[in-house]
Design a protein around this ligand. Structure first.
Ligand code: BJW
Length: 257
């Protein structure tokens, strides 16, 4: 559990910040019932990453990959973002800009109302053709009419997510690196920080002079250089942190809406 003194320290670090990055991972959505990938009960305990998260796995068995993604889509559709999501939106009322840089593909930050969201690993609500180089588009149908879904060209559609061995979109990683470099504070929330290049962003922020505030019940590689680590679930500690920050700024959480 996060100690009161650590929350105080995190608020102190946030007070002078003008630009804040909230860098999030699967643990951010754990409190909504979305599974994490690693750790106890994580997706990779039951499924093989090579089968579900590589192009080779998709080409071997597109139906398996799509059945898993359909299950995720139908689950995510039914859940509501937890209060930690609203806290990140409320934070916008106390600083010049909050940029959410997320590894998550569930779209929950946008749904919560965050204004600037950079999705590093894509979005499960978007699809694109696996055979042609075309732009992704939104497809909210659950269930999809056929599994695996097909493109007009006859090829298979794939989820617009980044699998292992695939490059992140150049524009996306450049933008995420730029905001990490220029921010005054970065909240590193619910990520094991082992998947690169995303995991390098907190280090970019640190080297750029930003204060690093980690939110995670477990120790991660970021804990080593974070200015403060709040060892607690995001859904519990983020509302407390942001409420105290806005109070110190003389802004009620309500008026920040
Ligand atoms: C809570 C909580 C609560 C629990 N509150 N917290 C350098 C070194 C070594 C390897 C590499 C390297 N550079 C690149 C690589 C290879 C690879 C990689 O990083 N591998 C490592 C695993 C070793 N990277 C790639 O392949 C990337 N591509 C690439 O590098 O391309 C290069 C290239 C260039 C040019 C041409 C071609 C290629 C792509 C990475 C894509 C990652 N994709 C995935 C899944 C997609 C599948 C899908 O969803 O459909 O993205 S992997 C998976 O991990 C997912 C996540 O976004 C990502 C990160 O996981 P995250 O978010 O950190 O979650 P967890 O589960 O790991 O952690 C959860 C945390 O929450 C834990 O810490 C908990 O304690 C905590 N928590 N409850 C707060 N309530």
């Amino acid at each position: 559990m996060a100690m009161e003194g650590d929350i105080e320290r995190a608020v102190e670090l946030l007070m002078p910040a003008r630009q804040v990055v909230a860098f999030t991972g699967a643990g951010m959505s754990k409190g909504c019932g979305v599974e994490t990938f690693r750790g106890k009960g994580g997706i990779w305990e039951r499924f093989n990453a090579e089968d579900l998260a590589t192009m080779e796995g998709f080409l071997r068995d597109p139906e398996l990959v799509w059945r898993w993604n359909e299950k995720r889509r139908s689950h995510i559709q039914t859940i509501e973002p937890h209060p930690g999501y609203k806290a990140i939106v409320d934070l916008e009322g106390g600083v010049d800009e909050v940029v959410v840089v997320t590894q998550n593909i569930d779209g929950l930050h946008e749904r919560s109302g965050s204004h600037r969201v950079i999705e590093l690993h894509g979005n499960v609500w978007k699809v694109r053709c696996a055979a042609e180089e075309n732009e992704p588009w939104v497809d909210l149908r659950v269930p999809l009419p056929e599994i695996p879904p097909r493109c007009e060209c006859g090829g298979f559609l794939r989820p617009h997510v980044v699998w292992f061995g695939e490059p992140l979109e150049r524009r996306v990683i450049l933008e995420a690196t730029a905001v990490s470099d220029s921010c005054n504070a970065m909240l590193v929330i619910g990520t094991s920080a082992v998947v690169y290049p995303a995991a390098g962003l907190p280090l970019v922020a640190k080297q750029g002079g930003a204060a690093i505030i980690e939110v995670n019940p477990e120790v991660t590689p970021v804990s080593e250089y974070a200015d403060v680590s709040l060892y607690a679930p995001a859904e519990e500690v983020l509302p407390e942190l942001v409420d105290l920050f806005l109070e110190r700024k003389g802004i009620g959480a309500e008026s920040a809406e």
